[in-house]
Design a protein around this ligand. Structure first.
Ligand code: PLP
Length: 358
């Protein structure tokens, strides 16, 4: 007998924590994988004008048609294959809900990878099979194959967060071809920072969907992500999706950037790549530190002595520079993730290295 409404809460929630980040105004915000480069004033003025034209009393288009058409042109695919989400976080949930036919559906993910895959799956009662990466923080094909037996869905972030590593295309192709019953979601959230390495266009299979987001390319504030899926999967996602899930202001801004300001956006990406290379050089100069090659807008550094990693993070925090200590994650003992900053932020980071005696 139910004695209390709390007995209706999903049991899986008890073990989960809330994904939360302090609202950080800091001298250097280098912990959140954003593109911090400011948009030029003339672009901001035009985007403001477009937002000013939004009729606030009216609903947006139910599925963001105008933006889906522009994305369809960009990716040379049918707009019907594109489903927008309020950030790609929402797209992850849509996929997990739509594919949840089994009594206990199964998610397979490399570990470590983006936290929301496992979080959202656990909320929904999925069994989660995490497969640790190898020492180079790349996929291990044999245990991946084993874990994929009888699985439902597998998210492959490429480049991966928080490692920045980019899975070997041959390994991905082989996994996809060997497990036709599993939906593989290739999450290319960071692909702008790994030019020429997208699998879009080369990895075509019935069991593959792609995910992308505007968040990592200068537009994190507007929360627009998307899936590109087979028409029947896209239709299923659309049935799960709430209508009007992306605001008209966000649709207008994303559409304008995609169709009119793509070149400017590319310059923001290029600048962030230049700052990443500065970070790689600065960290590479530190004694006892290995910097992993990154295809993303952040770098992962491993301190040979894990205690030095924590003292490094604390040293930076004392100077109001935020980076992410990821040392507690599988395979990442002694690792710190540092997201690209603006030139000024990287300068502050560089200055604080000068007086670090870790
Ligand atoms: C690999 C990956 N995918 C998806 C996301 C979610 O992005 P958003 O919800 O902002 O589109 C993130 C955010 O950090 C990420 O690292």
């Amino acid at each position: 007998m139910t004695t209390n409404w709390r007995s209706h809460l999903r049991p899986s929630l008890a073990a989960l924590s809330v994904y939360d980040m302090p609202r950080a105004r800091a001298r250097a915000r280098m912990h959140a994988n954003e593109n911090p480069e400011p948009w030029p004033p003339e672009v901001m003025a035009e985007l403001s004008r477009l937002v000013g034209e939004v009729e606030l009393g009216r609903y947006p288009d139910t599925s963001g048609r105008e933006l889906r058409v522009a994305l369809g042109e960009h990716f040379a695919c049918d707009p019907a294959q594109i489903v927008l989400g309020n950030g790609s976080d929402e797209v992850i949930s849509l996929l997990l809900v739509a594919l949840g036919a089994a009594t206990e559906p199964v998610l397979v993910v490399p570990a470590p990878s983006f936290i929301m895959y496992t979080h959202s799956a656990r909320v929904l009662g999925y069994a989660v099979r995490e497969v640790e990466l190898d020492d180079e923080l790349m996929l291990r094909p044999t245990p991946m194959h084993a874990a994929l037996e009888g699985a439902t869905i597998c998210f492959l972030a490429r480049p991966n967060n928080p490692t920045g590593t980019v899975w070997d295309p041959a390994v991905v192709h082989d996994l996809v071809a060997s497990h036709p019953d599993v939906v593989f979601v290739i999450d290319e959230a960071y692909i702008a920072y790994a030019p020429g390495r997208s699998l879009w266009g080369t990895l075509r299979a019935d069991n593959v969907a792609f995910m992308g987001t505007f968040s990592k390319v200068g537009l994190a504030a507007i929360r627009v992500g998307y899936a590109i899926a087979q028409p029947d999967l896209a239709l299923a996602l659309d049935k799960v999706r709430h209508p009007y899930n992306v605001s008209q202001t966000s649709i207008a801004v994303a559409h304008a950037v995609l169709t009119r300001f793509a070149e400017t956006q590319q310059t923001l990406v290029d600048r962030a790549i230049a700052q990443r290379e500065r970070l790689v050089a600065l960290l590479g100069d530190l004694e006892g530190v290995r910097v992993f090659e990154s295809g993303a807008n952040f770098v992962l550094a491993r301190f040979r002595q894990p205690t030095r990693a924590s003292s490094f993070v604390a040293h930076l925090a004392a100077r109001d520079i935020l980076v992410k200590d990821v040392g507690a994650l599988p395979k990442l003992a002694g690792c710190v993730r540092i997201s690209v900053g603006t030139q000024d932020e990287t300068d502050a980071f560089a200055a604080s290295l000068a007086d670090w005696r870790g």
